[in-house]
Ligand binder design. Structure first.
Ligand code: PG9
Length: 662
């Protein structure tokens, strides 16, 4: 071993040892850090624009780089202007409720489902999907916080009524829009001084308010699913039945100037939460709403009194000269603001002598879907992107012709409405095509026969006089299958109604299979001769297209019961919306109301169905079925079972006046 070791070459003998750590080291000379330069293709300015009363409104102005003579498109919002004008808006949504733009905003880029996005140097990425077309055309895009919300000063009132007895602040969204536009015309040298307003839902309400006394520079308006009458059929109530699910919105919108806190619901399923608490008032109190003035206002105004009358914007529009070309837009299945657009459109129609200022677009959409992708709605996959098509080919050219100097005249149909039975758009000169009087076709009564048949033939004497069911407020009919899945909120109006049509508390009337296609284009009107063994009651009526349950139709549509129009009516308002009246037990009385618009073709082999029930829970609060002065404060003992009758005999023949097009 010693011999072997001695024969190994010595490393030290061959190379000098070099220490990896030098004896000294001089770092490179220090210069200050210089961030890389990023070219933005737009400029974002934030201005506090003064109103006539000195209150300043937070306004984000996004200007394409190098803009000259650029048109302006403005949205006035209660949903955080900074976030609405930013790709980071995914983090800006406030409400945990499945309703309205907070949720819409939370989906990023108008619903592409993106997570929170970083700031982009490109205007097209920084703004939402629905702004794409304006960015491409070089428009200036403006978002402004309404007074009292987010960055704006002043007092916040929820969808404030016009200045008057119910709005003593001296300012409203009419004056604020006017003053803002006045400022813009003087302070935006990059613009051509022409302004268009656009916005959906609450933001649509601000567009309608601007139209009540428009600034001369307001050249065009697009109210999308605007909130127009919160008692008749937008957001808060439908014909007096309260949308109890809106209580969360009170918290998100009014518990703080910015985003309100999350609400606490004990169970995942509101069917259980609301039943446990009893009345809507009790549930509201459990959420702490006694501290929220707007809840107290709503609680004090359950009927259509002066408070609601003062802010029925469709009637106010009717009294306003039609000067600004306006495109009213909504969804066929708009689960939040089904009422406003078409009623306001109707009010202005008589002034539109040349059929060139007042336009109506109704797409196959849920609420505010126009600002998202439009390939799919519930069980339907449409031929293409129905919303992008309308935004790009109809809405934008319509706006552009009034906003951009030298823009071509748009070929806008006075009425553009999706035909939900034939899957195509109808371009019409007028709406509706069929009605009780004054239309090209006359509506036809479709009778609800006491034996469960639906027929265009009136009932003959001698048959059953009525069909009946027991409505039990302790077991209300759900409006959706009780999965507790909030994701179905947007599409609940196209929910397959087979999940309730065998319930003992739902009356189902059905026609024979149709031998010919039946087109309906207009407003179905409910004429229900109804009685209750109680003293008050709600009436829910649905018009349904029943698809054949055979090999002619493939899943998921085979046997599908598709609601094409439905609504709820609080019976105490059958004679007067302002002065409720009790029913006399078991005496049939006429309950008459309009359902939402339809533009549909029932295909041969399909059947028409009508369902009648008395609850739609937990979307709407329950009618106790005992007449009480204010249903918000009904006591547990007021909630009573009642036997409900829908009469179908000569003299008391219930029917739907169906807008059939011959
Ligand atoms: N539908 C929502 C809303 C509007 C007005 C009042 C309350 C709620 C919205 O989408 O903005």
């Amino acid at each position: 071993l010693a011999v072997a070791l001695c024969s190994l070459p010595s490393i030290a003998q061959e190379k000098p040892v070099v220490n990896d750590i030098p004896a000294s080291f001089t770092p490179p000379e220090r210069t200050p850090y210089k961030a890389p330069k990023v070219e933005f293709d737009y400029e974002k300015r934030v201005e506090m624009i003064p109103m006539r009363d000195g209150v300043k409104l937070y306004t984000v102005i996004v200007i394409p780089k190098g803009a000259k003579n650029a048109p302006i498109v403005m949205t006035r919002t209660c949903y955080n202007a900074a976030a609405r004008a930013s790709a980071a808006r995914a983090t800006a949504g406030s409400a945990p409720v499945p309703t309205g733009p907070p949720a819409a905003a939370a989906a990023g880029r108008g619903g592409r489902g993106a997570a929170a996005k970083a700031e982009s140097p490109h205007m097209i990425d920084e703004l939402g999907l629905s702004d794409e077309i304006f960015v491409k055309a070089g428009y200036i895009r403006i978002y402004q916080d309404v007074r009292g919300k987010y960055g704006s000063e002043g007092v916040y009132l929820m969808t404030p009524p016009p200045v008057g007895p119910y709005n003593p602040t001296g300012a409203d969204d009419t004056t604020d829009a006017y003053d803002t536009i006045e400022w813009l015309t003087k302070n935006l040298p990059e613009s051509n001084g022409r302004v268009g307003m656009i916005g959906s839902s609450y933001e649509g309400y601000t567009v309608v308010m601007a139209l009540l006394h428009p600034h001369p520079a307001l050249k065009v308006a697009v109210p999308e699913s605007p909130m127009v009458d919160g008692w008749m059929g937008d957001d808060w109530f439908h014909y007096g039945a309260f949308r109890q699910r809106m209580l969360d919105y009170f918290t998100s919108q009014t518990a703080a100037r910015g985003a309100g806190p999350r609400v606490l619901h004990e169970h995942h399923d509101d069917y259980v939460n609301f039943l446990e608490k009893g009345s809507a008032g009790n549930f509201a109190r459990s959420l702490g709403h006694d501290q929220l003035p707007y809840w107290k206002t709503i609680e004090a105004h359950p009927a259509y009194d002066g408070f609601w009358q003062s802010q029925g914007l469709d009637r106010l529009i009717g009294k306003t000269p039609l000067t600004v070309p306006t495109m009213w837009l909504q969804g066929l299945w708009d689960q939040e603001d089904m009422y406003g657009a078409n009623h306001a459109y109707k009010q202005w129609e008589s002034q539109d002598k040349n059929n060139d200022k007042n336009f109506l677009v109704i797409g196959p959409w849920f609420h505010s879907q126009i600002n998202r992708e439009g390939h799919v709605m519930g069980p339907f996959t449409w031929d293409g992107d129905t919303t992008a098509d309308v935004r790009n080919s109809v809405m934008f050219p319509f706006m552009d012709q009034y906003l951009r100097e030298g823009a071509p005249k748009a070929n806008t149909p006075p009425v553009l409405i999706y035909n939900s039975g034939e899957d195509h758009w109808d371009r019409l000169q007028k709406w509706p095509l069929s009605c009780d009087a004054g239309c090209a076709s006359k509506s036809k009564p479709l009778y609800l026969k006491a034996d469960g048949k639906l027929s265009f033939d009136a009932p003959a004497a001698g048959g059953n006089k009525f069909a009946e069911y027991v409505s039990d407020p302790a077991k209300p009919v759900p409006f959706l299958p009780r999965t507790g899945d909030v994701g179905t909120w947007q599409t609940w109006l196209v929910q397959d109604q087979r999940f309730v049509d065998n319930r003992p508390d739902v009356l189902t009337y059905v026609s024979d299979p149709l031998t010919a296609a039946t087109r309906v284009s207009g407003v179905p009107e409910v004429n229900l001769y109804a009685s209750t063994s109680g003293t008050d009651s709600d009436w829910v009526v649905k018009v349904i297209d029943v698809y054949p349950d055979d090999a002619t139709v493939t899943a998921p549509m085979s046997g599908y019961e598709l609601p094409i129009s439905l609504d709820i009516f609080r019976g105490r308002y059958r004679k007067s919306f302002e002065h409720p009246e009790a029913f006399k037990p078991n005496e049939p009385e006429l309950v008459k109301f309009d359902l939402p618009n339809v533009n549909h073709v029932f295909q041969p082999g399909h059947r028409i169905m009508v369902q009648v029930q008395s609850t739609l829970f937990p979307l709407y609060d329950r009618n106790p079925q005992t007449f009480v002065s204010n249903i918000f404060d009904a006591k547990p003992a007021d909630y009573q079972k009642a036997t409900q009758r829908v009469w179908g005999a000569p003299g008391t023949a219930s029917f739907i006046s169906l807008p059939v097009v011959e």
